[in-house]
Design a protein. Structure first.
Length: 329
């Protein structure tokens, strides 16, 4: 009997040791998986869609989180000090093999942290003026990625087609975002070329958005919003204030149309993320190098119409536009 008990104890110990070996081996294998560090500037629908697209793009190229790679995700929630700290964590603690910055401030924080680890830009309107690359065609360093530059010309053509009586355009943007300043200048140039008068309204922080929109609604026919993270994060406030005077909003992003904008010609944010994920995968696998990989810019955009908002504001969308558009009911 005693001999049988001893045998059982030995068997239990052996089983335990074997199990421990495989667990340890599994953990070691997991630790050896390549890591993609993702830093997102802030949470709002557009950037959240980009992050979902990044995961899909990586998976499309054969990289799946927890299986053959690890995603280390950080969100700075628009806090510059957090972005700097999180960048350090992704580089030093997470030992990221490739980094992805979603929105300009996040990409700049990563660029300030490392000049060696490859960085892929997600949703950076003008990487050159942001100081991230030397040239969009030949970046020349450790950074490349995807631009979210909007088809501004097509957007103002759309304004003329669905709001032909509107001649005064107000551009709403955050003065703290370098990304937006570049877009405002381009939008102003394009709009004036099409015979529209333009007035810009810069807000230093989200606290002034409601009051600024109230002023805009008295002075302009249409509110135009570039791809601005501060404004996107407060889109509901903008819509609530603009609706009081039935002032239509033309944003630059599809998700902002869903939130109450009337229409836009914009880049699908999820698709933008997918392209970012694919570029990161190619760099991770060694198929591409940031220095010689051109920044990807979408050639066309989709027409998106918020039919419910158009009806609410009494705007009739021509059938020639509706037939080509994605309609949000």
């Amino acid at each position: 009997m005693r001999k049988n008990r001893l045998s059982i104890v030995v068997i239990i110990i052996v089983v335990f040791l074997i199990a421990s070996f495989f667990v340890e081996k599994k953990e070691t294998a997991k630790e050896n998986l390549p890591t993609v560090g993702v830093l997102q500037f802030v949470s709002h629908p557009a950037l959240d869609q980009i992050y979902k697209g990044i995961q899909a793009g990586l998976k499309e190229k054969g990289y799946e989180d927890g299986k053959n790679m690890t995603i280390a995700f950080q969100n700075g929630q628009a806090d510059q000090s957090k972005l700097a700290t999180m960048s350090q964590q992704l580089v030093q603690e997470k030992k990221s093999d490739v980094l992805i910055g979603i929105a300009t401030p996040a990409a700049q924080a990563l660029a300030n942290t490392t000049s060696e680890i490859p960085i892929v830009l997600g949703a950076i309107t003008d990487p050159v003026s942001a100081g991230l690359v030397k040239d969009n065609q030949r970046p020349g360093g450790n950074i490349t990625g995807v631009s979210d530059k909007s088809p501004v010309d097509a957007q103002f053509d759309l304004v003329s087609e669905i709001l032909p009586q509107s001649k005064k355009i107000g551009i709403l943007y955050a003065s703290s975002e370098e990304n937006s300043k570049y877009q405002v200048e381009e939008a102003k140039r394009v709009a004036e070329k099409k015979g529209l008068s333009v007035k810009t309204f810069a807000v230093p922080s989200s606290n002034e958005i409601a009051q600024t929109v109230q002023v805009m609604a008295r002075e302009v026919d249409v509110i135009y919003i570039p791809t601005d993270n501060t404004i996107a994060n407060a889109m509901q406030t903008v819509v609530n204030e603009a609706d009081k005077t039935k002032t239509p909003i033309i944003p630059s992003v599809d998700t902002m149309v869903e939130q109450g904008g009337v229409a836009t010609v914009g880049i699908n944010q999820y698709d933008l993320g997918v392209q970012t994920g694919k570029m990161a995968a190619d760099i991770l696998s060694g198929k591409a190098k940031p220095a010689t990989t051109p920044v990807y810019t979408f050639k066309t955009g989709d027409i998106i119409i918020n039919q419910k908002q158009a009806d609410r504001l009494g705007i009739s969308i021509p059938e020639t536009i509706r037939s080509k558009a994605k309609i949000i009911e």
